[in-house]
Ligand binder design. Sequence first.
Ligand code: NAP
Length: 475
Amino acid sequence: MLYINGEWIKTGSKGTLPVTNPATGEKIETVAYAGQEETRKAITAAEQAFEYWKKRTAKERSAYLYQAAHYLRQRVDELAETITREMGKPVREAKGETLLAIDYLEWYAEEAKRIYGDTIPASHADKRILVIKEPVGVTAAVTPWNFPIAMITRKIAPAMAAGCTVVLKPASATPLSAINVFKAFDEVGLPPGVANLIIGTASEVVGEMTANPKVRKITFTGSTEVGKQLLRQSADTVKKVSMELGGHAPFIVFNDADLDQAVEGAIASKFRNAGQTCICTNRIYVQEDIADVFGHKMAEKVKALKVGNGLEDQVDIGPLIDRFALEKVEDHVRDAVQKGARILCGGETLVIADAKGYFYAPTVLQGATEEMKIASEETFGPVAPIFTFKDEQEAIQKANHDTYGLAAYCYTQNMKRAFQMMEALEYGIVGINDPIPTTAQAPFGGVKESGIGREGGKYGIQEYLEDKFVSIKLD
Ligand code: NAP
């Protein structure tokens, strides 16, 4: 279903889109599939609604976000099950994601009331300088499948709080979670046109979003490759952009770290969502003298992880999203083994009874080197390659990536070293002895080709605001 100008639309100009469960291969639902025509209508509706929405008081906008959060909170189990069915992550993780998605709505319901401007001392006695904050305007949001609900609220909650109106295109693999968010907006009586949902063909929908001059802001989460394309497409109409793109996180373990905590942390960071998160560890760097014991301990624990349909109890790792994702993981492991890596556990595609999905065994590789594909390309799967380093300087030099700069992790019990590493790592997010840093109140985002802008906390709402400078001459 599409949601345009406050109306549910059950047919799309591009026909229908089947939604399949990646654990079983079964079709679970069919939704309307749209194109340029519907996108244009949604943008026009958002433009008309903007005049009304930007004039609401912060308290009024906040109330809608609170009510939507409340509606979703009553349905956490149902929403989590939908996530698992459409993209595979274990239902326990899906529940965590749903709660995070609600946190974003609540955080920005609060933050709507704290959009402060400035007064600046002027250079002339008869002048006064004000800076006021204004919403950017119609915002087009494009989101990925790996966090099918949290990536949506992380964008549209701050946009709506700031006074922007929104047109969202979710990933085609996961439209059902997006529909669930819009059911909440519909139920709480959000004014028509403030938030619109277009499920549709990427080239047409996003092509219209980037070309249409009525759209003033593009906010995208997805691969670096597509992000670059959207930057190019947005250039002609000089839109404000936020880009949350790919990552290649290093996980550094010094010989002064608590080894058991480091192993637990590496597993949490690497295997969450079957390795399909942008801040998942992609390279583990362990100080030479502890590398063997670290690898052994990690492999012992990883062997115990249960792979299967995320709806089943006790499953730790679900399927990969599709065949292409599975083939990429197979290719990275094959390439690493050919270049000398040793498989400590896993290293194979799994066939699971009663499930036809894309399962890969959680894998630990010892003896990884910089020449392997896995050292520089985003794997997006459950493979943990262990590299070694001699000292801090070498760890920093290897950990900083030429292209990516999203998240990095460091395990040490030496406080001076923790600060030195925090400052030397060229990443937007650094977890010191913390493998899961994401939270609604902190700025999430990357440097280099991992992105532009931040989502979360007081920083996230600035992406949807413009500063207007007003100079007043009194005499
Ligand atoms: P993707 O292929 O770039 O797709 C993301 C979104 O862009 C989807 O809605 C997709 O639509 C759309 N899209 C795809 N090709 C397009 C094109 N040519 N023109 C316009 N739109 C297009 O990424 P993904 O595979 O869904 O997600 C995985 C990537 O996202 C990874 O690289 C990951 O690191 C990154 N990610 C980053 C963050 C972050 O916060 N930095 C968070 C999560 C994920 P369709 O689904 O219809 O193709």
